[in-house]
Design a protein around this ligand. Structure first.
Ligand code: GAL
Length: 819
């Protein structure tokens, strides 16, 4: 992990002189600190063009018709949902294409004796990069991070440099699921001295961990780009989270000219503060290269000290304590922001999951943005870091199988090198439902062994799994290889019970479970007879609903999966099941199951695409957290006389009593392994009230009222103060209410959002899997009473006013402070 030094944004340079200033400021600071590295964001002021271009590498190339933008950028999300787009349902019917980026910049004279690198966190896909007309290389994998050395080709002082990035996402489909297109992750310019800690050049492990002490092994790779051997001192200082120095270790090495030199250091920390999911405590290791008593380079690695074990009998142990991995699979898109990475949007996702009691993330099916892992370290998640969705055999026509042969080694190595210091990473996954599982020869075994050897050559501290859908040792070529030390089941919940007999001595993880389908706020009656697992392939998942909604009762699942409750009942019962990663935490773009235009996003999430929890969220919260929960549903606006099933998820209570307009409808208690209680009620309008009780005393009360006509809007922001960094976002939940302020549960009013002040509308959404409105537009229909606007700061401080207006409703506004 790198220490990233973000400069305050500087307005777009108007002239070469201004561009020069942009770089001269940080670099002259740097001189004062001798050769210490600088890492600056390289996201601002790119030019972009979608389509074919010629002579783009000419210095005199005219960018007149190109659009100015800042990264991260995803052009697919800006496009229209269209049945004809070649990405198809898997790619959310959004467009791909060929895109070009150009950026001009100046590098100060003072950098002449330094090295200058450009780091791309991810470019989707088939990128090629040129500096001043020299090709630096190409990278087909759209999910991997990579670096190029600009040093040999740079001009200094008044000489203008220009970078060109070609991004080719023309041939589709090529990813499961929505990939986005463009330079959709961050870009960094890294300047170091001639002798420096190499890219991803530290590896810090804790071979001994207990409450009284931890041994820390620090491996450092030093690169010397001078021709001479140079004696240097390597200093590693460990700071605790409050900045107190807790250990320091020095070593002297001779850094070989034109090459790399490796060194290992060992130190101890007494009474370490251990990292756990409930207390994700991080230390900071500052590695310095010291030459002639002066620091020449400085490299920061954050680490967490923890011990863990997968155990065939006890499941998963963290620091000696048994815990279940209550995880979810997470696809990388950020709803209406598309694939363009946004740290706050990632953090919001994790906050919502954490509040549900989730403690694990599987990065399906690719290496994630580095920011996700930083946040998981900080917030306490157990990450299964996944490399591939296919090997040599394709899943979609143009996917990575075309590049696997040439690139798998480099891509996998880079992923492990980048991610192996993260406290949150506990499992490497070398693949998801890889077709070679079914190979009748040993081709799956061979690749599995090669990939796991690559991982183990770089990290021996974590188990390797593959998310398998063939759970038979004899017929699964990957399993048979013996390369995996954690057996990962995708689905097959019925098979969990017999795991110890089938795989004696092996450790288990449910790498992918559930696959239930739900649309937030939609309810089909009766609740329990729509689709129960196991079911036949041809049963209507959507109950014939014209708007393509699925019922929100936990009773609808894909035939290969099960309901949430059905799965959790099994996982919680057997101690050897170390946990699961539910498919999925959030809805994601693509894979609307079953495929039926215009549905374009998935229904699998516990939380919808806009970030609004579906009802089953509260089942998990009642089981996975200490929070006292009572959640009742559905809404209370129905036709008189209709039979309505009222469900309640609750905890910390013996019983729940339901009242309709003051009349008791009876007391219910969970029996055996029940996870909810239910009443079948003949609807009459009014007030539905639920009371949970323990030993006769009221624990919680919940009330739902029949609403009148939509009359107004209530806006609420997840954060009312955001940073003026042109990246930070506030999520504005927009609720339609009646004249008395009651939510109107099926309201679909068209909302027009507007912003005044230093902010823009970065996207809007409502969680409707089949809504064809542009995700970048400012108009959005409410869906089942709710919609969302994402407001992004522009880079200036001030007060920002968000207004939501809708015909026939009184409008609403709120203020966000940008500072
Ligand atoms: C799995 C697959 C996922 C997704 C999921 C839906 O088989 O690994 O990518 O398709 O099914 O349930």
């Amino acid at each position: 992990m790198k220490e990233r030094l973000l400069l305050k944004p500087i307005p777009a340079p108007l002239s070469a002189a201004l561009m020069f200033l942009f770089f001269i400021i940080p670099f002259s600071n740097l001189q004062a600190q001798s050769e210490i590295r600088q890492i600056i964001s390289f996201n601002k002021d790119w030019k972009f063009y979608l389509g074919q271009v010629v002579n783009v590498n000419d210095e005199s190339f005219d960018e007149k018709n190109w659009r100015r933008l800042d990264l991260p950028h995803d052009w697919s999300i800006e496009g229209k949902f269209d049945k004809k787009n070649p990405a198809g349902a898997g790619g959310a019917f959004l467009p791909g294409g060929l895109g070009w980026y150009r950026k001009s910049f100046f590098i100060p004279e003072s950098s002449k004796n330094k090295n200058v690198f450009i780091d791309f966190d991810g470019v989707y896909r088939k990128s090629e990069v040129w500096i001043n007309g020299h090709s630096l290389g190409m990278r087909p994998n759209g999910y991997i991070s990579f670096r190029y050395d600009l040093t040999p080709y740079l001009k200094y002082g008044n000489g203008k440099n220009f970078l060109v990035v070609k991004v080719d996402n023309t041939h589709q489909p090529n990813s499961r699921w929505y990939s986005g297109s463009g330079i959709y992750r961050n870009v960094w310019l890294v300047t170091t001295g001639k002798i420096f800690v190499d890219h991803w050049g530290t590896y810090i492990t804790t071979p001994v961990v207990n409450n009284s002490g931890a041994a820390i092994d620090i491996y450092i790779k030093v690169k010397n780009t001078t021709t001479n051997i140079k004696p240097v001192v390597l200093s590693s200082t460990i700071f605790d989270a409050s900045g107190v120095k807790v250990a320091k270790v020095l070593s002297e090495i001779n850094a070989r000219g034109n090459g790399t030199t490796e060194n290992s250091q060992t130190t101890q920390i007494s009474k370490p503060h251990l990292w756990s999911v409930s207390d994700p405590y991080l230390y900071k290791v500052v590695t310095q290269i010291i030459i002639d008593d002066k620091p020449f380079d400085e490299y920061v690695t954050r680490i967490g000290i923890r011990s863990f074990k997968f155990d065939r009998d006890q499941g998963f142990l963290l620091n000696g304590n048994k815990i279940k991995i209550n995880g979810v699979c997470d696809h990388h898109d950020l709803g209406c922001l598309g694939a363009a990475v946004n740290k706050r949007a990632l953090e919001r996702k994790l906050e919502i999951l954490k509040a549900m009691g989730c403690n694990g993330i599987r990065t399906t099916h690719n290496p994630p943005a580095p920011e996700l892992l930083d946040l998981c370290d900080k917030m306490g998640f157990i990450v299964m870091d996944e490399a591939f969705d296919m090997w040599k055999q394709e899943k979609t026509l143009y996917d990575y199988h075309l590049n696997f042969e040439t690139w798998h080694k480099k891509d996998l190595e880079d992923q492990v090198l980048r991610d192996r210091n993260h406290a949150s990473v506990f499992i490497w996954s070398i693949g998801n439902e890889i077709q070679e599982e079914w190979a009748t020869d040993n081709s799956g075994s061979k690749i599995a062994m090669e990939l796991s050897d690559i991982v183990r050559s770089l990290d021996m501290t974590r188990p390797i799994t593959s998310a398998l859908n063939n759970h038979d040792w004899n017929s699964n070529s990957i399993l048979r290889s013996g390369a995996l030390n954690l057996v990962g089941y995708n689905y097959d919940q019925k098979g969990f019970a017999s795991f110890p007999q089938k795989f004696p001595g092996k450790n288990f993880i449910g790498t992918e479970t559930v696959a239930a389908l739900e649309t937030r706020g939609h309810y089909d009656m009766p609740s329990d007879s729509i689709r129960l697992w196991p079911a036949k392939d041809d049963e209507p998942l959507r109950n014939g609903n014209k708007d393509l909604s699925c019922s929100s009762y936990d009773a609808v699942s894909a035939p290969w999966g099960s309901t949430h409750e059905g799965t959790w009942k099994i996982i919680k019962k057997y101690p050897y099941l170390s946990g699961q990663f539910i498919w999925t935490g959030f809805d994601y773009l693509g894979e609307p199951t079953p495929y039926e235009w215009p549905a374009h996003s998935s229904y699998f999430g516990i939380i919808d695409l806009a970030g609004f929890p579906k009802d089953v969220y509260y089942m998990y919260q009642s089981e996975w957290t200490d929070k006292t929960v009572l959640h009742i549903f559905p809404h209370w606006n129905w036709k008189k006389g209709k039979k309505i099933d009222v469900w309640a998820y609750y905890n910390h209570a013996d019983e729940v009593e339901l009242f309709l307009n003051g009349k008791s409808l009876g007391i219910r208690s969970k029996k055996g392994d029940d996870l909810h209680v239910m009443w079948r009620v003949v609807f009459e309008p009014g007030t539905l009230k639920a009371v949970s009780r323990k030993n006769g005393k009221t624990v919680l009360t919940r009330i739902i009222k029949t609403s009148g006509k939509a009359a107004g809007i209530i806006l609420s922001a997840d954060r009312n103060v955001i940073q003026a960094d042109a990246s930070d976002v506030s999520f504005i939940k927009t609720m339609i209410v009646d004249a008395s302020g009651n939510p109107v549960p099926e309201a679909d009013n068209l909302i027009k959002f507007s912003v005044s002040g230093p902010g823009t509308i970065a996207g809007t959404d409502n969680g409707n899997e089949a809504d064809l409105e542009s995700m970048k537009g400012s108009d959005r229909r409410a869906f089942n009473g709710l919609c969302l606007a994402v407001i992004q700061s522009k880079g200036k401080a001030g007060n920002l006013k968000v207004t939501a207006a809708s015909k026939g409703l009184s409008s609403a506004s709120l203020t966000i402070i940008v500072k």
